[in-house]
Design a protein around this ligand. Structure first.
Ligand code: GDP
Ligand code: MG
Length: 437
């Protein structure tokens, strides 16, 4: 897989100590091969490697004590940029009136499923979406939308004997009358791109004001998905992409190329067949996932910027080797103080995903620190020996409650579990991690 291939390239680089231009060139050739094998668009792969090379040949890398790590960091940043940068691209909802979302794409790519997933997603946020059956050519399609709409808890607007543009228009006035604030159009797809399909989508857009045309594409189709996206964008105009079946996509080619080719960002990704299997697409997370490292990289990076480089490297190494204990956690807190912002730090740690960053204020950080300080060295190394009696002692010593001690132990256990998984299977780890966020 791409993850394994890249890991191989970086491992080789690491063996080199100081890097020469030739080392970097050789590494970039391999990165490019790895990207092409992952079904990344040729030009995208070429431009990507040119950009990374240029940066990697710069002083910051050549003169760094950890050049390989710097290259990994650059690759991570450029992968993120390739998919849209740090900020996730989101669907903009109107604050007043109806936001109309039109889902389009080839047959079987996941339009109907994702219409319902979106409905459920927005219902959870307190919205009132209306699903609209504009795929009228196959009776089964309407039935399917009714079923998944029912599961999502969203009503389905059906109008027999009318063409999709009229259906969309009537659905919109229905939504207006009944106070639905989001109208999701499920349109028909074909097995191949054809003019009739494109025309119908254009006609819908002529009839109703579509706020976002979202192209639903199957990640598993790789470069084909990207070509489909290009054509839809040229003929219909799209505002964003829903990349589906990323759970089955082992290559990542579509995710990496589609923005560069169409200029339109991925806004959501489908990660399974269930209606809850929908995630906002975060380029940085996808990049980390491709690199197979959770967000350990940004952790290293932040630490390098602000704190003792050696300690950061040591921590990252111990995390990878699954030796991270409460002593490390304590040492980290000292760094965190220097780095200003516990929540920023925790959100970057692999296990930090188990701790809600918004709930971490400096006070609770001080409390955690006090709890760890009240543990004996043996307890810090092996928290599993902490029995109820020890818990009471620790709580008393730190001026906290046994509940606080329990909570910390649970969080720590979760961190360790995740790190174990990181070691065993970077991919599975990333999946769990992204599932938690
Ligand atoms: P449409 O023809 O574009 O409306 O596609 P459907 O919504 O009917 O989906 C086609 C198939 O893909 C169905 O069996 C879905 O369950 C499946 N599917 C859709 N999205 C995903 C996803 O994100 N992951 C997986 N594994 N399957 C999906
Ligand atoms: Mg359908």
């Amino acid at each position: 897989s791409l993850t394994d291939r890249l890991a191989g390239v970086f491992k080789k680089l690491r063996g080199h100590g100081k890097l020469s231009e030739a080392d970097i060139k050789a590494a970039m050739r391999e990165v490019r091969m790895a990207l092409l094998e992952a079904d990344v668009n040729y030009k995208v792969a070429k431009d990507f490697c040119a950009k990374v090379s240029e940066r990697a040949m710069g002083q910051e890398v050549m003169e760094s004590l950890t050049p390989a790590q710097q290259v990994v960091k650059i690759v991570n940043e450029e992968l993120t940029a390739l998919m849209g940068g740090e900020e996730a691209a989101r669907v903009q909802l109107k604050s007043k009136g109806q936001t109309v979302l039109m889902l389009c794409g080839l047959q079987g790519n996941g339009k109907t499923t994702h219409a319902a997933k979106l409905a459920k997603y927005y219902i959870k946020q307190g919205h009132h979406p209306l699903l609209v059956a504009c795929d009228i050519y196959r009776p089964a399609a309407i039935e399917q939308l009714k079923v998944v709409g029912g599961q999502a808890g969203a009503p389905v607007f059906v109008l027999e004997g009318e063409k999709p543009p009229v259906i969309a228009q009537k659905a919109l006035s229905y939504a207006r009358d009944r106070g639905y604030d989001i109208v999701i159009l499920d349109t028909a797809g074909r097995l191949q791109i054809d003019d009739v399909l494109m025309q119908e989508l254009v006609q819908i857009k002529e009839r109703v004001e579509v706020d976002e045309t979202l192209l639903v594409v199957d990640a598993m189709a790789g470069q084909d998905a990207v070509n489909v996206a290009r054509t839809f964008h040229e003929k219909v105009g799209i505002d964003g992409i829903i990349l589906t079946k990323t759970d089955g996509d082992t290559r990542g080619g579509a995710a990496l190329s589609v923005l560069a080719v169409t200029g339109k960002p991925i806004k959501f990704q489908g990660v399974g067949e269930k209606l809850d299997d929908l995630e906002v697409f975060h380029p940085a997370r996808m990049a980390s996932r491709i690199l197979g490292m959770g967000d350990v990289l940004s952790l290293i990076e932040k630490a390098q910027e602000n704190a003792d480089e050696k300690l950061a490297e040591e921590t990252a190494r111990r995390m990878m080797e699954n030796k991270f204990d409460m002593n490390d956690m304590l040492a980290q807190f000292a760094q965190i103080k220097k780095m200003g912002g516990a929540s920023a730090m925790l959100s970057m740690m692999p296990g930090g995903a188990g701790i809600d960053p918004s709930q971490v204020d400096e006070k609770s950080l001080a409390r955690i620190e006090a709890i760890i300080l009240s543990m004996t060295p043996a307890e810090r190394e092996k928290p599993e020996i902490i029995n109820p009696k020890r818990k009471r002692r620790i709580a008393a010593g730190s001026g906290t409650r046994v509940e606080d001690v329990n909570k910390l132990l649970r969080q720590f256990e979760m961190m360790q579990k995740m790190m174990k998984q990181l070691k065993k299977s970077p991919k599975g780890f990333a999946r769990r991690l992204s599932g938690m966020m």
